[in-house]
Design a protein around this ligand. Structure first.
Ligand code: C2G
Length: 132
């Protein structure tokens, strides 16, 4: 049972997120998503999400590739998460390339996958604002 984990906000869920989750799951058998809480998003990422944590969690749990959703409440939890959830592979989009290589020290593979071009939550918001 190869266990994969990825982290993110996943607001206004879109096909770029799905492409990431599909490829992450394909690397193993069980995919955990550590979902940024509303407080973490606001305090640490200065992101005001459209959907609340519970709404974003519900959406993610409905995706066939996702086996478990846990909260991401701080930047530091990754090290302990790798052991607590017995992770084999840590996956992120390559906009984070290099930022989490330290997790190799925790005995996990660190994989950065190419982002899906042309789509982002902020682009969706911009386009919608201009379309009214
Ligand atoms: N993503 C992607 N292609 C896109 C948009 C997003 O592959 N067009 C990926 C991102 O690279 C990330 C995941 O989808 O791996 C979730 O994206 P966000 O919700 O924007 O996550 P982020 O704000 O980068 O949070 O501790 C890590 C952070 O929580 C990551």
């Amino acid at each position: 049972m190869k266990r994969i984990i990825t982290y993110g906000t996943f607001d206004l869920l879109h096909y770029g997120h799905i492409n990431l989750l599909r490829r992450a799951k394909a690397l193993g058998d069980y995919l955990i998503v550590a979902l940024s809480t509303d407080e973490f998003n606001w305090n640490e990422k200065h992101k005001k999400t459209y959907f609340t944590y519970e709404q974003r969690k519900q959406l993610l749990e409905s995706i066939r590739y996702v086996d478990l959703v846990i909260p991401e409440t701080n930047w530091e939890q990754k090290r302990t998460d790798m052991h607590e959830y017995h992770i084999d592979t840590f996956v992120m989009g390559d906009d984070w390339k290099g930022k989490f290589d330290f997790l190799n020290d925790e005995g996990v593979d660190v994989v950065y996958l190419p982002r899906t071009p042309e789509i982002s939550t902020s682009q969706i918001k911009t386009d919608l604002n201009h379309s009214v």
